[in-house]
Write a protein that binds this ligand. Sequence first.
Ligand SMILES: Nc1ncnc2c1ncn2[C@@H]1O[C@H](COP(=O)(O)OP(=O)(O)O)[C@@H](O)[C@H]1O
Ligand SMILES: Cc1cn([C@H]2C[C@H](O)[C@@H](COP(=O)(O)O)O2)c(=O)[nH]c1=O
Length: 221
Amino acid sequence: MPELVFFSGTMDCGKSTLALQIEHNRSSRGLQGMIYSRNDRAGHGKLSSRLGLVTEAVEAAHDMDFYAHVVGQLSSGGRVDYVIADEAQFLAPEQVDQLARVVDDLELDVFAFGITTDFRSKLFPGSQRLVELADRIEVLQVEALCWCGARATHNARTVDGRMVVEGAQVVVGDVVGDVDSPHAVVGYEVLCRRHHRRRQTSATARAVALSPDVLPVDSAK
Ligand SMILES: Nc1ncnc2c1ncn2[C@@H]1O[C@H](COP(=O)(O)OP(=O)(O)O)[C@@H](O)[C@H]1O
Ligand SMILES: Cc1cn([C@H]2C[C@H](O)[C@@H](COP(=O)(O)O)O2)c(=O)[nH]c1=O
């Protein structure tokens, strides 16, 4: 039975890598996929992983109809055996409904990848609809870790190094510390719930550890 599968997790937990692996394994057996992404860090029409792999993708505009697009491919003689949609948190709820229709009416597997919640721990509308409609929700097995060593379950946004809880839901960016964005004004960091609630990022924790209050008495002079 074809399925709508939602692979979800925090930022930086390997979702795009898995999307590329699924694509590789299927295309190397002669199958042909439709690959969609939106706002990938590598640019328009790309699906990229931090491991350095990248593939071409159809940039899924906010008003694109996925069902009509796949039907268009098939009716113009193209072949579509499965569908991959990365950065699925950015999709509109009705686009997720279209993906479900691709599964039910065209009998194709659809693999969607995305973060579940935003920097305020609120569901993205696209992810909410995926949770509502998916046949299966898979949590990635490689755990992203908080600076404290606990499993990271939340995404924090930082502006000039400080964690923020207000702002636009969508701001494309990367985790700070990444080679491409070590000094980004807006960055992201994955945290456990405890430290997300306390707004304690790795930088804040380091600052507290270095504060004279917690240094040995001699070195605090
Ligand atoms: N230099 C590296 N060596 C090994 N693994 C890495 C390296 N850089 C990133 N990774 C792996 O890639 C994962 C991020 O992959 P990616 O597919 O880009 O994540 P996501 O799409 O979930 O944001 C990290 O969790 C880590 O496991
Ligand atoms: C938490 C959060 C993230 N984003 C953006 C930042 C990145 O461009 C993507 C996530 O990509 P990844 O491959 O999963 O690392 O989402 C955002 O716009 N708003 C947020 O709250």
